[in-house]
Design a protein around this ligand. Sequence first.
Ligand code: CMP
Length: 135
Amino acid sequence: MEKTFVMIKPDGIKRGLVGRIIERYEQKGLKISAAKLVNATIDLAEKHYAEHASKPFFSELISYITSGPVMAMVLEGPGAIKLARIINGATKVEDALPGTIRGDFATSTTENLVHASDSLESAQREIALWFPEIE
Ligand code: CMP
């Protein structure tokens, strides 16, 4: 069964959207195989977003992700990696379609509520990074 790493970001927790966000994944058949609230350190956030280190928004992104707890999850199911990203919607707020989490709830490209791994390689790396205890 395919596994992916999904994170509800600090704005999702602060806005009280955890239940409604998780429901979106569950109603499409994804199962929660691990979940925990994490106050990410700067080191963890920088490792997670290492591929964006050279981007102009990197420091804003790290401040945002470490601004409060995130809900880190491993979701599993057939095609989980692609499915979670479809459920999340496009990264850019103006491109996120209604019916997706970002399309329905996000108002900013940085504070876009959710993250999901973009490939099998990313999923394995991110699950190991956030859930070293289950590897
Ligand atoms: P995520 O899917 O977690 O992957 C990288 C994150 O960087 C993204 O969600 C946004 O939170 C943020 N991000 C991506 N592009 C931009 C951008 N152009 N400006 C600001 N933040 C961005």
